[in-house]
Design a protein. Structure first.
Length: 314
């Protein structure tokens, strides 16, 4: 059973789209996030003058639904952010519209710690494949004492919990987060079972799991060779993007497409459409492997029981 976490958010100006802070109980780390329009307010905060890590985020114009990101570190993060706020022709960066700053409440992060964290976060973002990094290089992790490495890895694990709460998903890896339940056909276990979608006529089998609330098609799954549905459908752009970035490639015999990596979809229906090459209802086309239970039925399990318990308590 997973252990619950209490994440404390503070909206500095009282609006959800403005500057906010986030922290976890008993974690020395501290996160501040702000849109670029609130950069001045961010630079005035005491956290910004500390040693830490910063992440710059913006939309990637070359890829549907993905982001551009830059990950850096500094003894005084505010100075680095000020430099990046300059125009491109003054060695600044124009792409970003949001900044995230990670520091320590106890002010114990050193320059060496920050360099270690920078390298590790860059590697995590590269492995997750959810954003295109604009970093020119990937600095190797510096050598730290064993105790410091343990502390920094704990810092990273807590940051990976807080950041998705703020909508920062660039470090979430569908592969490393993939649960491996003992009984893949069980439908009552807390983790997602393995879902399967078959197109017997074309010899296509695709598998997926719901990982941390996201529907993830697993590497090696098959899909229709071409899109056969309405050419004006919104999923045609997604299909083209997956082929362009190498997520979907033809098999050697050219009969079907194959997923070269696990991919997170916005919904089970989006995943089903890419596999089927046309519109499809993911709630009924994805089945728990080895059973006739649909994804929709799996989602709804326990609802009747919960409502019955509520009725009995009244």
């Amino acid at each position: 059973m997973s252990v619950g976490k209490s994440v404390r958010l503070f909206l500095a100006d009282g609006t959800p789209g403005g500057l906010l802070t986030a922290e976890i109980m008993n974690w020395t780390g501290h996160v501040v996030a702000a849109p670029r329009s609130d950069l001045a307010a961010l630079l005035k905060r005491p956290e910004a003058s500390r040693t830490g890590i910063y992440i710059l985020l913006g939309d990637d114009p070359e890829s549907l639904g993905r982001q551009l990101a830059y990950i850096g570190e500094g003894d005084n993060v505010s100075r680095r952010l000020y430099q990046h706020a300059r125009p491109e022709n003054q060695n600044g960066k124009d792409f970003w519209d949001r900044a995230i700053v990670l520091t320590s409440k106890d002010v114990n992060l050193t320059k060496a710690h920050a360099r270690y964290l920078e390298s590790r976060f860059i590697t995590l973002a590269q492995n997750a494949g959810r954003a295109r990094l604009t970093n020119g290089t990937t600095p190797p992790p510096i050598t730290l004492p064993e105790a410091d490495v343990s502390d920094m890895e704990y810092f990273i694990e807590q940051a990976k919990i807080v950041l998705p709460v703020l909508g920062v998903n660039i470090f979430r890896s569908s592969v490393t987060a993939m649960p491996a339940p003992q009984d893949e056909t069980a439908t009552t276990q807390p983790d997602s079972p393995l879902f399967e979608m078959k197109l017997k006529k074309f010899g296509i089998v695709a598998t997926a799991r719901e990982v941390d609330g996201e529907f993830t098609v697993i590497e090696g799954s098959a899909a229709r060779l071409k899109w056969t549905g309405d050419e004006e459908h919104s999923y045609t752009t997604l299909r083209a993007k997956l082929e362009q970035d190498g997520t979907l490639v033809p098999t050697p015999d050219g009969s079907v497409m194959r997923f070269t990596r696990s991919h997170v979809f916005a919904s089970p229906s989006a995943a089903a459409a890419i596999v089927a090459g046309r519109s499809a209802n993911g709630r009924i086309t994805w089945l728990v492997k080895g059973t006739g239970t649909t994804y929709g039925q799996w989602q709804d399990q326990g609802i009747e029981e919960a409502m019955q318990l509520e009725a009995n308590d009244e």
